[in-house]
Design a protein around this ligand. Structure first.
Ligand code: WT7
Length: 652
């Protein structure tokens, strides 16, 4: 199956185009798409907005008062109307919106008409319970159809959803409920996770007890666990939708009304509530989904194998694909349960044509060997996507060869929770692809790699990735903290230059290669976790005096979390305590934040002003030679830490 031709092109460092028949057939197959968008970016984005159904057309495309942009002013629309009714009205009610595949192997397909009806029923139920336009609703659900249904029901009545990844702990839910002052929680009795059941309702109960906010909790029955239901507050989902009308007039929303909040890690312990609005967001997620994946709604079966708890799922499982009338696979489980070929079984079962997944998954597939995909018929695949972290050329090549059979274009797509939609990516049919490079900005987007002083670097140079022009899906602010919005993104190079927090380089052809985050945010399996967030969780343990956390390179997960911990008084660290601390972090934040290594140390390397030298700890964690340590107040601690790094307590 290996295609030596691809391998050679890669070895020679040459770009290669997608197959000729693909180019001929692609939605855009002409370089002119870039120059046209560049000539008039506002007209370009407006042409995509016009594909949506507006209740009232906009008066002004863009108002840019740095660092605040407003798009499609005066326009009114409803996202759920665009994702559902529009397609039913155009005669596509019988088309499948989601082929849902449950972890235990149960399955259910929902057509656009069925999804619309279910959303209306639940939207009516929410209204009946007193949920109104502008209210915040926390959604804490596994990957079951009720998750997109709940999001779309909120969108239908103008409530603002804040989805909390079902793998997060109750403490994370508390933080998000309080920050957004939300009075509704939608959850399930439990969630399947590789054969066991996560007690979601129990977690939600703990969170609701810890705050006074929540007066309405709706519980979906998924696993059938016995759960406690609090009278007056808790309602079963199946009870509240029972007998409800399938008609529910969509709330007319201003283009700039908030669609959702999604929390993401920043460099401090408190997560940031990223705010996305209605018109611009839907415009860019649908435009990018259509063009980057070259979507043909009548023939494609599209699968984005992310979790809706992250922005990838919001934009490319729910809003983009539904706005484009895609038929999607919605998969509840993990890639390796019950067996390591589960993904390929799903691709074969539904005849998936477009697959969008993360480098960390691809590297796991590589490790498990090419025999697993080779044991399935993957010939329906015609396009592959990657997202979440830099993809190493080896993984890119393996994906192209062993999954794509050497015939599928691969699109490496760079974007962020903040950008809401894809920003840097090849366009299949137009842009050449180099393994490991996200290539170039999407048409209309202005991505510039700059040096310390904010000057663009020439081809061959490296520096910081910035975005220097507003785009429709950009975050508008941070929920309740506009100052932090300015400080975090718009202060480093001026208030009209967005600083993404990523390092990047340009190759000799001017193509963009992302290098990962340059601040104190780690990227573990494509998920952003801040070092301070994990540090606060550790210090919160009664035995911990101080903690410093850093990411080290990991072949599988991109980065792995290393925690340096000094204990209170004369306490001594051992394996049992290391395990306890790992669990403690999992409890406070979620399993994905559990450190891979816990190293106990007398003290942490600090500068004379008391600042922990994280860079040094990272060098130690990655086994690099250390640079200058003379600015340290306690230089000898470094050799002690290095010595103990060898016999660190490592997770299984
Ligand atoms: C950070 C954003 C985009 C949805 C999932 C993550 C890294 C993302 C790529 C890519 C290199 C990437 C960046 C970015 N990242 N995609 N294709 N190549 N790096 O969303 O949690 O907001 O994280 O993920 O470092 O800043 P997020």
């Amino acid at each position: 199956m290996a295609e030596p031709a691809l391998e050679n092109l890669y070895r020679e460092g040459r770009a290669f185009p997608p197959p000729a028949e693909f180019v001929a057939d692609a939605l855009v197959n002409d370089e002119a798409v870039y120059s046209q968008a560049e000539k008039d970016p506002e007209a370009w984005w407006a042409s995509h907005a016009e594909r949506l159904r507006w209740m009232r057309k906009w008066d002004t495309v863009l108002e840019w008062a740095p660092p605040h942009a407003r798009w499609f002013l005066g326009g009114q629309l409803n996202v759920s109307d665009n994702c559902l009714d529009r397609h039913v009205d155009s005669g596509h009610g019988d088309q499948v919106a989601y082929h849902w595949e449950g972890e235990p192997g149960d399955a259910r397909s929902l057509t656009y008409a069925e999804l619309r009806d279910e959303v209306c029923r639940f939207a009516n139920a929410l209204r009946e319970l007193g949920v109104a336009k502008g209210d915040r609703v926390n959604i804490y659900l596994p990957m079951i159809p009720e998750l997109p249904v709940a999001m779309l029901a909120c969108a239908r009545i103008g409530a603002i959803h804040s989805v909390v990844f079902a793998g997060f702990s109750s403490q994370s839910l508390v933080d998000r409920i309080t920050d957004a002052d939300s009075k509704v929680v939608i959850t399930a009795d439990g969630a399947y996770r590789k054969g066991s059941v996560v007690p979601l309702k129990e977690n939600a109960d703990k969170a609701m007890e810890a705050t006074d906010n929540v007066s309405i909790c709706i519980v979906v029955r998924r696993t059938g666990e016995d759960v406690a239901m609090t009278d007056g507050r808790d309602h079963w989902y199946h009870d509240v939708v029972e007998g409800r009308s399938t008609e529910c007039a969509p709330e007319p929303m201003d283009a700039e009304d908030v669609l959702y909040i999604l929390y993401t890690s920043g460099t401090t312990g408190t997560p940031k509530g990223i705010v996305h609005t209605t018109g611009g967001y839907l415009t860019q997620v649908s435009a990018t989904h259509r063009l980057v994946f070259d979507l043909k709604p009548d023939r494609d079966v599209y699968w984005c194998a992310a979790d809706i708890g992250w922005v990838t799922g919001h934009s490319y499982i729910v809003y983009g694909p539904l706005a484009n009338r895609a038929t999607s696979v919605l998969y509840e489980g993990a890639p390796d349960h019950p067996a390591r070929d589960r993904f390929w079984e799903v691709v074969e079962k539904y005849g998936v044509t477009i697959l969008y997944t993360a480098p960390t998954a691809i590297r796991a597939f590589m490790k498990w060997g090419p025999e697993l995909p080779a044991g399935h018929d993957l010939s329906t695949l015609r396009l592959l996507g990657s997202v979440g972290e830099p993809i190493n050329p080896e993984a890119w090549m393996w994906y192209a060869e062993h999954i794509g059979g050497g015939r599928c274009p691969v699109v490496d797509t760079w974007w962020q929770t903040e950008t809401g939609a894809i920003m840097i990516t090849p366009l299949p049919g137009v842009t050449a692809a180099k393994p490991g490079s996200a290539m170039r900005a999407f048409p209309g987007v202005k991505a510039v790699v700059v040096d310390e002083g904010g000057e663009p670097v020439p081809p061959g140079g490296g520096g910081y990735l910035t975005l220097q022009r507003p785009y429709p899906s950009m975050l508008r602010t941070l929920w309740g903290d506009d100052q932090r919005y300015r400080d975090t993104y718009w202060s480093r190079f001026g208030d009209d230059v967005y600083f993404a927090g990523d390092g990047a380089k340009l190759d000799e052809d001017g193509h963009i290669w992302l290098l990962g985050r340059i601040d104190d945010v780690m990227n573990v399996s494509g998920h952003r976790i801040s070092t301070t967030e994990v540090e606060s969780a550790l210090v919160d343990h009664p035995k911990v005096a101080e903690a410093a956390v850093t990411g080290r390179r990991d072949d599988l997960t991109g980065q792995a979390i290393v925690a340096y911990v000094s204990l209170k008084g004369d306490l001594e660290g051992d394996d049992a305590l290391a395990r306890e601390l790992r669990e403690h972090v999992a409890d406070r934040i979620g399993k994905l934040a559990r450190p891979a290594n816990v190293l106990f140390t007398e003290d942490l390397p600090k500068t004379r002003s008391g600042k922990i030298m994280r860079r040094l700890l990272k060098d130690i964690a990655e086994g690099r030679e250390l640079g200058d340590v003379t600015t340290l107040a306690n230089a000898d601690i470094v050799s002690a830490i290095q010595a103990s790094a060898g016999d660190s307590a490592k997770e299984e």
